[in-house]
Design a protein around this ligand. Structure first.
Ligand code: ARG
Length: 503
C-alpha cells in the first residue's frame, strides 16, 4: 500500500525481514481502538462526514469482532484466520488496507489523515503496555496479599536468619515473608510512579513535525483515557525511555522474585527441609525415581535472565539512534512483550507456589535452636546485665564459641562457668553469670521476645508492622482497581459512542 514511491517490489524474504506482523498481533485490538478514536476526532474537526465515519467504524468493528473471537489463539493462527497477507509491513498497513477494501479508497483513504505510523506505533505500544503494567500491578497486589496472610500465620514460626549463608540470628518465617512484602511493595510503587509517564498520549505528533490539519490531541486523549499528552512532537515519536523504564522495573522486580525463588529452592533441599513445594509445582526425574524437583521455581529464577537480556536488548537498540523515528525501534516491541509476559507469568506461578508451600516448623525451629545463632543474644545479655562493653563481650563469646567448636561441642553445651572463666582470662573481670540465665538465653522464643528494636522479628514488632501494612495493602489495591476501572469505563464510553454512530 505504501510503495508508490518505489519502482521495484521487494522480494518475499525482504518483506518478511521488514515485517513486524508477528509481534504486532499483540496490538491488533489497541490499533483498532486507536484508529476509531482518531477517526471520531477527524469527524469532529470536519475531515470526515458522519456517513463516512459510520462506514469506517463499521468496518473497524467488524474486524474487531473477528479478532475478538480468535484472541486466545497463537499469533500464526490469527494471521492465517484473519488472512493477513505476508507482504504487509505491519498491522497498521493491514488494518488500513482492510478498511479501504471494505469502504473504498475515497473514504478509507481518509482514515490516516494527520497521523503517521510513527505516532501510531507509539500509541499502540503505550496502550498495550498500559494494560500489561496494570496486569502486573494486580498480580503484585495478589502476591502481597498472600505474603501478608502467610506472614501473619507464621509470625511465631522460628527460624535461623542468615548472612553469608551462615547462621546469623534468630528470626521467624513470618518476619522473613514480611520483608518480601516490603520488597514487592517497592516494586509496585515503581510501576505506579512509571504509570504517570506511561499514560500520556503520543498520537497527533504525526511523523515528527506535527500536522497542518487542526487535529485535536485532547480529544483522542480523553477518548482513550490518557492523563495527558506527550506534547513535543519530536519527543513523542523519538522517545522510548518509558519502555526502557518498564524493562528496568521488570528487571528489578525479577531480581527480587529470583532471590525469593532461590531461598525457596534452597530451603526445600534435603539439607534444609524447611519448606516443601507442593507437588503441583514440582517435576520429577526421568531416571532417579526419588526426585522431586522445584522446577517451576527454577524457571522463575532463570526468568530473571530473560528480563535482564530484554532490557539490554532495548537499551542497545535505542542507544545512538538518531533523534526521530528509526526503524530500529520496531525491534523493541518483541523485547518489550517478552519482558512483560515473562514477569506476568512468573508472578502468577509464584503466587501458587507460595500459597501451597508446606512449612516444616519443627525442622526450622530445631535448626535454629541447635545453631550458634543465639550467641549474639548472650553477648548482648552480658552487656546489659554484667556491665561489660560490647567489644569485651564479643571477644569473650567469640573465644567461647571457638573452644566449643574445637571440641566438637554445640551451643547447648555452653555453661556459665565457661563464660565466667573466659571473661576473667580475656578481660580480667569477675562476672557471675548463672546457668539459669544461660538456659533462658538458649530458648529461641526468649530471643524472639527480647527483640525490641524497630523492625525486628519479635511477634510484637511483626504485629505492629502487619497492622500498618494491612492499611497500605488496601490503599494500593484500591489505587490499582481505580486505575483499571478508569480504563474499563473509558473503553465502555468509547464503545457506546461507536455504537451510537453505527446504529
Ligand atoms: N512496523 C513499524 C514499527 O513497528 C511501523 C513504523 C514504520 N514507520 C515508518 N515511518 N516507516 O515500528
Amino acid at each position: 500500500m505504501y510503495r508508490s514511491r518505489l519502482n521495484d517490489d521487494a522480494d518475499d524474504k525482504t518483506l518478511s525481514f521488514l515485517s513486524s506482523i508477528l509481534e504486532d498481533i499483540e496490538i491488533i485490538d489497541v490499533d483498532i481502538v486507536g484508529t476509531e478514536a482518531h477517526n471520531i476526532m477527524l469527524f469532529e474537526i470536519g475531515l470526515l462526514t458522519k456517513k463516512e465515519l459510520k462506514s469506517v467504524l463499521t468496518s473497524l468493528e467488524n474486524l474487531r469482532e473477528k479478532h475478538e473471537k480468535l484472541k486466545d489463539n497463537d499469533a500464526h493462527v490469527i494471521i492465517s484466520k484473519l488472512k493477513i497477507p505476508k507482504k504487509c509491513e505491519d498491522i497498521h498497513e493491514f488494518i488500513e488496507s482492510k478498511i479501504i477494501d471494505d469502504v473504498g479508497l475515497s473514504i478509507g483513504g481518509k482514515i490516516h489523515t494527520g497521523r503517521s505510523r510513527n505516532d501510531q506505533v507509539l500509541l499502540c505500544m503505550t496502550l498495550k503496555s498500559r494494560n500489561l503494567v496494570n496486569q502486573i500491578s494486580t498480580k503484585i497486589i495478589e502476591i502481597l496479599d498472600v505474603l501478608y496472610k502467610l506472614s501473619d500465620s507464621n509470625k511465631n514460626s522460628i527460624m535461623t536468619l542468615y548472612t553469608h549463608t551462615q547462621h546469623a540470628q534468630i528470626g521467624t518465617y513470618g518476619h522473613y515473608l514480611l520483608a518480601y512484602f516490603d520488597i514487592f511493595t517497592r516494586d509496585l510503587e515503581r510501576f505506579n510512579d512509571l504509570y504517570k509517564r506511561l499514560n500520556i498520549n503520543p498520537l497527533g505528533a504525526a511523523a515528527i513535525g506535527g500536522s497542518s490539519f487542526d487535529i485535536n490531541r485532547e480529544k483522542t486523549s480523553s477518548l482513550l483515557g490518557f492523563d495527558g499528552i506527550v506534547e513535543n512532537s519530536i519527543d513523542a515519536v523519538s522517545s522510548r525511555d518509558v519502555f526502557l523504564e518498564i524493562g528496568s522495573n521488570i528487571a528489578i522486580l525479577m531480581s527480587n522474585i529470583s532471590r525469593l525463588a532461590e531461598d525457596i529452592i534452597l530451603w526445600s533441599s534435603s539439607e534444609f527441609g524447611f519448606l516443601e513445594v507442593s507437588d503441583s509445582y514440582s517435576s520429577t526425574s526421568s531416571i532417579m525415581p526419588q526426585k522431586k524437583n522445584p522446577c517451576t521455581i527454577e524457571m522463575i529464577r532463570g526468568g530473571s535472565g530473560i528480563s535482564y537480556g530484554e532490557l539490554i536488548n532495548m537499551l542497545t537498540i535505542v542507544k545512538g539512534s538518531y533523534t526521530g523515528y528509526n526503524r530500529d525501534f520496531q525491534r523493541i516491541k518483541p523485547a518489550l512483550w517478552k519482558s512483560l509476559y515473562n514477569a506476568s507469568d512468573s508472578l502468577s506461578i509464584l503466587k501458587g507456589v507460595l500459597e501451597n508451600i508446606r512449612v516444616n516448623k519443627d525442622i526450622m525451629y530445631n535448626s535454629a535452636k541447635n545453631s550458634f545463632a543465639l550467641v549474639l543474644d548472650i553477648a548482648e545479655h552480658l552487656v546489659k546485665h554484667h556491665s561489660l562493653s560490647f567489644r569485651e563481650s564479643h571477644q569473650i563469646l567469640g573465644n567461647v564459641v571457638h573452644n566449643l567448636v574445637s571440641k566438637e561441642l554445640k551451643l547447648k553445651d555452653i555453661t556459665s562457668d565457661i563464660i565466667n572463666k573466659t571473661c576473667k582470662k580475656l578481660v580480667n573481670q569477675n562476672i557471675n553469670v548463672t546457668n539459669k540465665e544461660i538456659q533462658f538465653l538458649l530458648d529461641p522464643n526468649n530471643s524472639l521476645n527480647n527483640k525490641i528494636s524497630l523492625g525486628s522479628p519479635s511477634i510484637k514488632e511483626v504485629n505492629r508492622m502487619l497492622k500498618i501494612r494491612c492499611v497500605l495493602l488496601k490503599e494500593h489495591s484500591n489505587h490499582i482497581d481505580a486505575r483499571i476501572n478508569q480504563i474499563f469505563s473509558v473503553n465502555d464510553k468509547l464503545t457506546k459512542i461507536i455504537r451510537s454512530i453505527i446504529e
